[in-house]
Design a binder for this molecule. Structure first.
Ligand SMILES: *[C@@H]1O[C@H](CO)[C@@H](O)[C@H](O)[C@H]1NC(C)=O
Length: 187
């Protein structure tokens, strides 16, 4: 009986201790996850720096077709989807304007990604790539989801990307099928 009571008291004490601890953890501010976010957008940027030059080269040497451009765009879709899910699996960052990588550092990398994608596809026409409109339309949801998730995982980070895209957004408008991405960038 005494042993049972002692156990019950111990359990009650443990319960009383556990709850304030959980409450305190819940009150902790978001960690700064900028390092992880920067790694994710940098990996995406590296892949974009492979596929967009490939696309420009194909355009220059007249090997751009539905199939060759479709292959490069499929790789871009995979890269954006990977970045999207990696950002989803990263804790929301409280960010930093002073500690590297800063919030602006991250927006600049993603702005580079967006500028390359917007300009890199702008020279392709249905004359050489008959399905170009459909190909870009396939890319739009992956890019917009990534931009939207970046703005969630690093809250407000799209604001500076929007500024960086003020000139290049015209290419997205001209290419036609980028409505979700334009919205995710605040245009
Ligand atoms: C980005 O997130 C901020 C909140 O952190 C929000 O106010 C803004 O509307 C979002 N921008 C876009 C384009 O969704």
């Amino acid at each position: 009986m005494i042993a049972f009571r002692a156990l019950a008291v111990l359990a009650a004490v443990a319960g009383a201790l556990a709850n304030p601890l959980q409450a305190r953890q819940a009150l902790l501010p978001n960690p700064n996850t900028n390092v992880a976010i920067h790694n994710i957008v940098s990996e995406l940027d590296m892949q974009v720096h492979i596929n967009i030059p490939n696309i420009l080269r194909m355009q220059a040497d007249h090997t751009a077709t539905d199939s060759t451009i479709g292959f490069e765009v499929n790789q871009l879709i995979t890269a954006f989807n990977n970045a999207h899910s990696a950002l989803q699996n990263t804790g929301v960052s409280k960010g930093s304007t002073t500690k590297m990588p800063t919030n602006d550092d991250i927006s600049i990398v993603f702005g580079d990604v967006m500028q390359l994608v917007a300009t890199g596809l702008s020279g392709l026409t249905p004359a050489t790539v008959p399905s170009i409109t459909t190909i870009i339309a396939r890319l739009d949801p992956s890019v917009s989801a990534t931009a939207h998730q970046l703005n969630t995982t690093l809250p407000g980070s799209i604001y500076y990307v929007h500024t960086l895209m003020l000139d290049a957004q015209q290419f997205l408008v001209k290419e036609g099928t980028w409505s979700s991405t334009l919205a995710a960038l605040g245009f």
